[in-house]
Design a protein around this ligand. Structure first.
Ligand code: GLU
Length: 499
């Protein structure tokens, strides 16, 4: 195989699983690194599991992640169709070849008989395996039963004894006893191929040179390899990525975590963070670095460096990486990304002309105002969705808080109003055109120092007066953004509250 061709072959279940993000990413990076091609193929032979619109939403989310393909159902290519349900005739043609070669057989066993067989096997504590009843039917019998309209499936003849030795590029040789292998179904009774058959036929016809997929597919490897042999085809190279477990060592499941990439997007995870996080699930750079740009990944990523021990899905790590990428995001872009969250929280409304209305007071606010808000919360945000919780007091002046919150821990309650009164006077003296966090800080701190006062007695009540909270960005920054009028109004309100 001289060409380098990778593929991502998801089943369209309606969303991109966070585990599949790693699969597509490793294939993408390896293809880019090796100067190969990446193909998207939709494996939808299990029509029962098909979800309407799934392919479109899959392509959309991959687009959002900036993972692009060289061939696929959305862009075409020389090896299409790229949707398995549109390739039925191809599978028919190839199963005929195997029938002629005697590598497969018709099986007329009814679902009832198979059920009966399984029950007996369970009672005898035997593994559930097809008992090969139809493996040696005569040609005449087969023809007659087909003529009579009996339903059938087509099964692959697996070796009856010995071992099947297969190779995984990361693990080396893996041996399977023939007794562990079942004469599995290649064509179902509705004429559709199974995953096992369609996957191999397509990987061959699409000239796939490298298969990179999850460890859960290792049990399929002997079946795949035997099929390639049955056809006299060369197998691609196989790489099985380690399992991804949750922190407790269990499987990732809907119950424990959100598994759809779409859900992470909704919560405000950035694609850069999701990509950086996913690549570290099973791939370890030699120098233990954690932050990688896309270009760096393409440069550093090597299939051979994929590990085999389970990867741990640690949401704290994802949050850390997301925080990192939020802090490094261009402020204009970050602000634009935050707007939908502020809108959803009901703080703002945007009309078509990009006019932004504060929903609390119906007044127009500027993009610049929101940009300032985002700038001071940028350091603290781990997810975009947190912007609303962090910043409500900038939009809503009608927040409530306990008067007691204004009291700094080492001060008397009775001292709060006079301290706030002083803050009011000092700020009132600053001219509008000089209203910056630096001049506000200057005015307050130099007064406190000159009078040998305690900083907390002034700044704590000021912070609470402006934000209603005990944790917020520095009060000078809040004051600058709120503007002089609004700042003084809020301080005045606090004085009344505590007097
Ligand atoms: N369609 C399979 C899946 O859903 C692909 C497995 C493979 O890569 O061979 O993961």
């Amino acid at each position: 195989m001289d060409k380098i061709r990778f593929r991502f072959a998801p089943s369209p279940t309606g969303f991109l699983h966070i585990g599949s993000l790693r699969t597509v990413l490793f294939n993408y990076l390896a293809a880019k690194k090796m100067g190969g091609k990446l193909i998207l193929r939709i494996e939808d032979t299990d029509q029962k599991r098909k979800v309407a619109g799934a392919v479109d939403s899959l392509i959309k989310i991959l687009d959002w992640l900036d993972i692009t393909f060289d061939e696929g159902p959305h862009i075409g290519g020389d090896f299409g169709p790229y949707i398995q349900s549109e390739r039925k005739e191809i599978y028919n043609k190839y199963i005929k070849k195997l029938i002629e070669k005697g590598e497969v057989y018709y099986c007329f066993c009814t679902p009832e008989r198979l059920e009966e067989m399984r029950k007996e096997q369970a009672a005898k504590k035997m593994p559930p395996r097809y008992d090969r009843k139809c493996r040696d039917l005569s040609l005449e019998e087969i023809e007659e039963r087909i003529k009579k309209g009996e339903k059938f499936v087509i099964r692959q003849k697996m070796p009856l004894e010995g071992e099947v030795i297969v190779k995984d590029e990361l693990r080396g040789e893996i041996k399977f006893k023939a007794s562990e292998l079942e004469d599995h179904v290649l064509i179902k009774s509705d004429g559709m191929p199974t995953y096992q058959f369609a996957n191999v036929v397509d990987d061959h016809l699409m000239q796939i040179s490298h298969v990179v997929r999850g460890e859960e597919w290792i049990p399929s490897l002997p079946k795949n390899v035997l099929l390639y042999k049955a056809f006299d085809w060369e197998s691609p190279k196989f790489y099985h990525m380690p399992l991804t477990l949750n922190k407790e060592g269990g499987k990732l499941s809907k119950r424990h975590n959100d598994v759809a990439v779409e859900d992470y997007k909704k919560q405000g995870y950035l694609p850069e963070a999701l990509i950086n996080f996913s690549v570290l699930l099973g791939w370890h750079p030699k120098d233990d670095r954690e932050i990688f740009s896309r270009e760096e990944l393409v440069k550093e990523f090597k299939l051979e460096d994929i590990g085999t021990s389970p990867a741990i899905f640690d949401i704290e790590k994802l949050n850390y990486l997301n925080g990192y990428y939020i802090r490094h995001k261009d402020l204009d872009e970050l602000t634009r990304l935050c707007l939908p969250y502020l809108e959803k929280a009901g703080f703002i409304k945007r009309d078509n002309k990009e006019k932004i209305i504060n929903q609390f007071n119906s007044k127009e606010i500027s993009f610049d105002f929101i940009k300032k808000v985002v700038r001071i919360e940028q350091e603290r945000m781990k997810k975009l969705s947190e912007i609303s919780q962090l910043s409500e007091f900038f939009f809503n002046d009608n927040f409530d808080y306990e008067a007691g919150l204004l009291v700094w821990k080492k001060m008397e309650r009775g001292d709060v109003a006079p301290r706030l009164q002083k803050v009011y006077e000092l700020l009132d003296k600053i001219p509008e055109e000089n209203w910056t966090n630096d001049s506000i800080e200057d005015a307050l701190v130099s007064y406190i120092q000159a009078t040998e006062g305690r900083v907390g007695e002034y700044l704590w009540p000021m912070r609470v007066a402006l934000s209603g909270r005990k944790a917020s960005p520095p009060p000078f920054d809040i004051a600058e953004i709120l503007g002089k009028k609004e700042t003084l109004k809020r301080i005045e309100r606090a004085i009344k509250k505590i007097s």
